[in-house]
Write a protein that binds this ligand. Sequence first.
Ligand SMILES: [Zn+2]
Length: 64
Amino acid sequence: MGWKLSLLGSRRRCSFCGRSEAEVSRLVEGPTVRICVECLEACNEVIRKERKELLVRKQKEEEK
Ligand SMILES: [Zn+2]
């Protein structure tokens, strides 16, 4: 029954930062990956910035 013990030993972790479920405020589970709220917010920030830059670029092009 060694496998059961190792299964219990491997805690659920964020696939991005590697922190365990206990270390993050919330862990969102996908079919193959898990991501914590902290990483999700970091991703959102990146997407938001890129969208903003894209919007600014678009507006500049329209001004021409
Ligand atoms: Zn994370």
